[in-house]
Design a protein around this ligand. Structure first.
Ligand code: GRF
Length: 209
């Protein structure tokens, strides 16, 4: 089976990227990470890629006349590297419509909650888990979804939940959810690599093997 060519966009430490690389090393993920881009030059996720000789690039908004020009350069780079699937793994910037149109149902995101709960504008990183904690949720989880114009609003590919104990604090919840993210992101990409994912009227159908 052809390996799916992935481009990863990230802004931080890159533990989700590492989960993909580990899955590839273990042979459980029929894909290859061929390009890594970040909107933050200091993102440690870039180092994880450089250590493996994966081409990386930085697209900080301040280095471009406008965000639009920055995103146009980003799109050019993805196409130049022949990226087939764009994976947002902790990428803290909005994906413009022209990039979504250039990769129809070929851009996915991992979000650290059970969308649509605690998703959308302003809900990212620790803020998500603080919202879950303060609301006294008994379950939370993570979601892999296609990226659409609406932030965190695209068709859901995979979700996995986990129970929350009363004793769990915000950082306990964050760590437990991150472990689930590292499971379902490679799983979702493997389903896409096998061509088993179809979007029907905004809902995702996973086809049996
Ligand atoms: C993850 O929790 C992801 O869901 C969120 O940002 C975090 C990134 O973590 N969007 P990492 O950089 O992959 O460790």
């Amino acid at each position: 089976m052809e390996r799916l060519k992935i481009g990863v966009l990230l802004s931080g430490g890159g533990t989700n990227l590492q989960a993909l690389l580990n899955g590839i090393d273990r042979g459980s993920l029929s894909a290859e990470v061929i390009f890594i881009a970040s909107n933050k030059g200091e993102a440690y996720g870039l180092v994880r890629g450089q250590e493996r000789g994966i081409p990386t690039a930085v697209f900080e908004a301040k280095d471009f006349p406008s965000k639009k020009e920055r995103d146009q350069k980003l799109l050019e780079a993805l196409k130049t590297h022949n990226v087939e699937l764009v994976v947002l793994a902790g990428y803290l910037d909005k994906i413009p419509n022209f990039l979504i149109e250039a990769y129809p149902n070929k851009i996915i995101n991992i979000h650290p909650s059970l969308l649509p709960c605690f998703g959308g504008k302003g809900y990212y990183g620790e803020r998500v888990h603080r919202g879950v904690y303060e609301r006294g949720m008994k379950v939370t989880g993570a979601t892999v979804h296609f990226v659409s114009e609406e932030t965190d609003g695209g068709p859901i590919i995979l979700q996995k939940s986990l129970p929350i104990k009363f004793e769990d604090g915000v950082s306990d919840i964050q760590q437990k959810v991150l472990a689930v993210e590292h499971e379902i992101l490679p799983e979702a990409i493997q389903l896409l690599a096998e061509g088993r994912v179809t979007v029907i009227n905004g809902r995702v159908k996973i086809h049996h093997k």
